[in-house]
Design a protein around this ligand. Structure first.
Ligand SMILES: Cn1cc(-c2ccnc(-n3ncc4cc(C(C)(C)C)cc(F)c4c3=O)c2CO)cc(Nc2ccncn2)c1=O
Length: 267
């Protein structure tokens, strides 16, 4: 895969960053200077050929609130996915570790960052399929970047694929997704509403005491997540608008960006 511009000899592995869905992710250096994250893909964890097809397109997606895919290379039959490195790790841990320390203005700016990255994906007709605080990363100065967009399509793991599997993100899924797997930018909008709830609860688990099947029932009854204490009524109104039962009743990310900007003027 030389045409990706990435040869293994130019990659240096520095330390382990954590374990993702496909395998261990490392901090590395590319051409001795550029800090990168290197995803090692465990054999049998990913539909690699399908991913390689899509990688060309994904490399073209570029936005300050998306984790940039730099390239892909193989070495001794192992696939390596090389992306931009984001200093402060995943948003969910960041929120939990800094409980009580992040002002509402920071929480709102984090939601705006995610919304602007998602608006770019929406504009490019690219669906994330697993938007959640665990799948966003925090850079310097609380800048948030959306990570692993579209990667759900390449996961080989029944626990994650099957809507009754333990790893299926039911609590972030819209009704048309948990019933029919009908993904769209409007189902990403539903997930974004849940992400806003995660941010304003500083990293709580949605529907904390409920199982996935109980959540399906609750949502089908019209019940929704409560207003987090740190969320003003105008902020709650925005996240609540993402949970309209029907996709067409939900705002677009373009509309959400405008709505969230309006809130900044308020606070
Ligand atoms: C780019 N990047 C990735 C990671 C990192 C590390 C471990 N696992 C992951 N994750 N996390 C989540 C994830 C999710 C998926 C779905 C298909 C959507 C289910 C697929 C993945 F492949 C991953 C993955 O690889 C990431 C996210 O891809 C951490 C970084 N940074 C830091 C900084 C400080 N401490 C720790 N990590 C970083 O900059």
């Amino acid at each position: 895969y030389e045409e990706w511009g990435l040869s293994p000899s130019e990659l240096l592995f520095l330390k382990e960053l954590g374990r993702g869905q496909f395998g261990v992710v490392y901090l590395g250096k590319w051409k001795e200077t550029i800090k990168v994250a290197i995803k090692t893909i465990n054999e049998g964890a990913m539909s690699e050929d399908d991913f390689m097809e899509e990688a060309k397109l994904m490399m073209k997606l570029s936005h300050p609130n998306l984790v940039q895919l730099y390239g892909v290379c193989t070495y001794h039959k192992t696939l390596y996915v090389v992306t931009e490195f984001v200093e402060n790790g995943c948003l969910l841990n960041y929120l939990r570790q800094r409980r009580g320390k992040l002002g509402r203005d920071i929480l709102l700016s984090m939601c705006q960052d995610v919304c602007e990255g998602m608006e770019y994906l929406e504009r490019n007709s690219f669906i994330h399929r697993d938007l959640a605080a665990r799948n966003c990363l925090v850079d310097v100065e609380h800048i948030v970047k959306v990570s692993d967009f579209g990667m759900a399509r390449y996961v080989i793991d029944d626990e994650y694929i099957s809507s009754s599997g333990a790893k299926f993100p039911v609590k972030w899924s819209s009704p048309e997704v948990f019933h029919f797997k009908k993904y769209s930018s409007k189902s990403d909008v539903w997930s974004f509403g849940v992400l806003m709830w995660e941010v304003f609860t500083e990293g709580k688990m949605p529907f904390e005491t409920k199982s996935n099947s109980e959540v399906v029932h609750e949502i089908s009854q019209g019940n929704r997540l409560y207003r987090p204490h740190l969320a003003s009524h105008p902020v709650y109104k925005v996240m609540y608008s993402c949970w309209h039962e029907k996709p067409e009743g939900r705002p677009t990310f373009a509309e959400l960006t405008v709505a969230l900007r309006g809130l900044t003027e308020l606070t």
